[in-house]
Design a protein around this ligand. Structure first.
Ligand code: GLC
Length: 446
């Protein structure tokens, strides 16, 4: 006979079954992503496509010979940063400072947000005795933008907790320029780029095989080098190099319902409480902004059904977003027999009183949510790898989820072995793509 304790473990594992993605489904998801990519690239299909496949106007990867000094701004993850980047024949020197972005700024007005950015840049320049220097600037703005050129990017929609008014539909390079004028901060040309592009550029500076950029952080997205002949909406010249980096904006994969069979009640719930309901559904199953909340919802259900914690939750656990994704990384890193780190997180951060069995349950939930996220991101990545038609390639990667989760890397490698068995894929952690990559794009633009 199973004890009631084991019966509870079993019941939680039954809840977790809804997160299981079979090999067949995963292969199918790869095919669906490929289909959405083709739709995004096609002239007659792009308007209806959810995965927008925006050309970035970055036409070539760096040669390693780029030189000069640049400012870079990085907005779109958990922090806002200002950087000074010096490139000299393959070597990079960077100075940077992190500035907090208060929630009120994320959700206030665009003018407040851009004025703050300009203020930070002014302070940074003063601290480095560069107030009167008019250097080119690379602006890593990691939101869904349609580029019209390297120096012009219109915000299509916010994500990741941002909603500042008056920015959607506007050219963010212009908004930044206007804020710098208001605040009397000298700036030269402004090149706008996505974090995926920065990540790819920064790795390609040292690795000739890097053709894909991937972000697994607060949000998720990918970019890759595409042949111009496949980009039907390309409106630039057709000279060499006949290729361009495509910012896929793949977070929106599934927004047309094509992932409904893999979405669970927990995904529906996360979407319901998000600021961008109905949008970026793939991102909401994968990235750091949301994974913790999925874990929290599963635990809340287990408690409600008295399968865990003796049916006793806590005010903390009842609060939306209280289970941070960094806790998943910590739980997944916890190798102690008794689950000491996991216990501490549950007691200190979530005010729960776990038994040994509860600790096992929390570990199982974190593992299941992580495994599914890694599978889904691998399926998307496999589609991009197939699209590049390259057998040997390096994926430039960055983001807090990838960096701090102990198992994501190996989970992705084993999924890719199954999804693209012919390909030889390597991951390369980008060394500060948002800084170095931004400078490299600014260098191209200047
Ligand atoms: C969101 C943004 C995208 C960015 C990604 C990772 O999906 O829309 O532009 O690249 O987050 O930061």
């Amino acid at each position: 006979m199973v004890s009631s304790m084991d019966a509870n473990l079993l019941r939680v594992s039954q809840i977790l079954e809804s997160l299981f993605v079979s090999k067949e489904t995963l292969n199918d998801v790869k095919g669906r992503m490929r289909k959405e990519m083709v739709k995004g690239l096609g002239k007659s299909t792009n308007a209806d496509a959810k995965v927008k496949m925006f050309p970035t106007y970055v036409r070539s990867l760096p040669s390693g010979q780029e030189r000069g000094s640049y400012f870079a701004l990085d907005l779109g993850g958990s922090n806002f940063r200002v950087l000074l980047v010096e490139l000299e024949d393959g070597k990079v020197n960077m100075k940077s400072k992190v500035y907090a972005i208060a929630k009120e700024l994320m959700t206030g007005t665009g003018v407040q947000l851009f004025d703050y950015i300009a203020d930070c840049l002014r302070e940074f320049k003063a601290e480095h005795c560069l107030s009167d220097q008019n250097l080119p600037l690379g602006f890593t703005f990691s939101f869904k933008c349609q580029q019209k050129g390297l120096a012009s990017a219109t915000l299509v929609s916010w994500a990741k907790g941002f909603s500042a008014q008056g920015v959607v539909g506007e050219d963010v390079s212009l908004l930044l320029k206007e804020a710098c004028d208001r605040k009397k901060v000298l700036v030269d040309s402004i090149a706008v780029l996505n974090d995926t592009t920065g990540t790819l550029m920064s790795c390609a500076y040292n690795d000739q095989n890097a053709f894909i950029g991937l972000i697994l952080g607060t949000g998720t997205n990918a970019c890759y080098m595409e042949k111009l002949q496949n980009v039907e909406l390309w409106d630039g010249d057709l000279n060499d190099p006949k290729e361009v980096i495509i910012n896929m904006e793949w977070g929106a994969f599934g927004d047309n319902g094509c992932l409904n069979d893999v979405r669970t009640e927990f995904d529906v719930h996360v979407d319901d409480v998000s600021l961008n309901k109905g949008r970026e559904l793939y991102e909401k199953m994968i990235s750091g902004m949301y994974l913790g909340e999925i874990v929290r919802l599963i635990l809340a259900k287990a408690i409600e059904n008295k399968f865990a914690f003796n049916g006793k939750g806590s005010d903390k656990l009842s609060a939306t977003w209280s289970f941070e994704t960094k806790f998943i990384s910590e739980v997944e890193s916890d190798e102690s027999e008794a689950g000491d780190t996991t216990r501490k997180i549950l007691e200190d951060n979530l005010h729960l009183k776990p038994s040994a069995r509860d600790i096992k349950i929390v570990k199982d939930v974190c593992a299941a949510v992580s495994i599914r996220a890694a599978k889904l991101v691998s399926a998307g990545l496999a589609a991009v790898i197939e699209q590049t038609e390259r057998k040997n390639l390096t994926v430039a990667i960055d983001g807090s989820l990838y960096k701090f989760h102990p198992k994501f890397h190996s989970l992705m490698l084993s999924n890719l072995e199954q999804l693209v068995p012919e390909s030889n894929v390597k991951f390369m952690l980008s060394e500060d793509g948002s800084g170095k990559g931004a400078a490299l794009v600014a260098a191209t633009c200047h």
